[in-house]
Write a protein that binds this ligand. Structure first.
Ligand code: SAM
Length: 261
């Protein structure tokens, strides 16, 4: 199986569709990240056509519509469930599309916006696709997560079985290499860490399921974890308790890049 096939996994798509009805209620961090990415968009750029790639339930819709020519926004996601739950309803055309193979002509967008989708993609395939659909001088603005993200979950499962419990996230260096390789020029890259806190370990694990992010395509566990192993996971997470609750970390990259003129 190629890296692209292993990442663009039917199970990942199904997990996002199953989570779609709970996503907006569970995705407080994702909403903040989306807002932060909108704030990082270059001001003064004339945007006729914009693509919200991996749009989910449409957190970015209103912000992008405010910056874009009327009817200029298209939302795309590979999950039918997410598209059906999209809050902008009929106001924004919604396209079911995989970021690795976009059904759009070369050079047709001034802006490709993508918040927290690219970690699910093979960067060496999805970034060139973003560049292909951008007009010369167009902007790609995205947020993604880097290695160390969900480290608490990774550590809690460590050694209990031979499976991965968190997807393999890229490093900042991997991201820069992939951007350059795709012919994109980095105008801005901010790296930040955000920590969410949960009342208990079950709530922490459930929240990861509610945003559709618990499915690990390559090497992930498919069978239910045994009772003893689950108790170990819960105890390890509980041992990390702080006065704010049980932490879950996200190492974020916020990128604004341009395609060559
Ligand atoms: C964490 S959600 C983010 C959704 C939205 N951008 C937001 O800020 O709330 C990730 C989204 O990316 C979509 N996605 C993941 N891989 C994708 C792919 N290969 N092509 C298109 N969409 C994808 C998922 O279906 C999901 O809606």
């Amino acid at each position: 199986m190629s890296r692209r096939d292993s990442l663009c996994d039917a199970g990942v798509r199904a997990a996002f569709s199953r989570a779609a009805s709970r996503y907006a209620g569970a995705a407080a961090l994702q909403r903040r990240v989306c807002d932060g990415l909108l704030e990082r968009l270059p001001s003064g750029q004339r945007i006729t056509r914009a693509l919200d790639l991996g749009c989910g339930t449409g957190f970015a819709s209103a912000g992008l519509q405010a910056r874009c020519a009327p009817s200029g926004l298209i939302a795309a996601d590979f999950s039918i469930g997410m598209l059906a739950a999209h809050q902008a309803g009929a106001g924004v055309p919604r396209v079911c599309a995989d970021a690795h193979r976009l059904p759009f002509a070369d050079g047709c967008f001034d802006l490709v916006f993508s918040s927290l989708m690219l970690q699910w993609c093979a960067l060496d395939v999805a970034l060139p696709e973003c560049r292909r659909v951008l007009a010369p001088g167009g902007t790609l603005a995205f947020s993604t997560v880097l290695t160390g993200t969900l480290g608490e979950i990774d550590q809690a499962f460590h050694g209990l079985d031979a499976h991965r419990h968190v997807i393999a996230f890229p490093s900042a260096g991997d991201l820069e290499t992939a951007l350059t390789g795709a012919g994109l020029r980095i105008e801005r890259m901010d790296l930040t860490t955000e920590t969410e806190h949960f009342a208990d370990a079950r709530a922490l694990l459930q929240s990861n399921r509610d945003i559709g992010a618990s499915r690990v395509p390559a090497g992930g566990r498919r069978a239910v974890l045994g009772r003893a192993a689950l108790q170990t996971v819960l105890a390890r997470l509980e041992a990390l308790r702080t006065p704010d609750g049980l932490p879950l970390s996200y190492r974020l990259a916020w990128v604004v890049a341009t395609s060559a003129e």
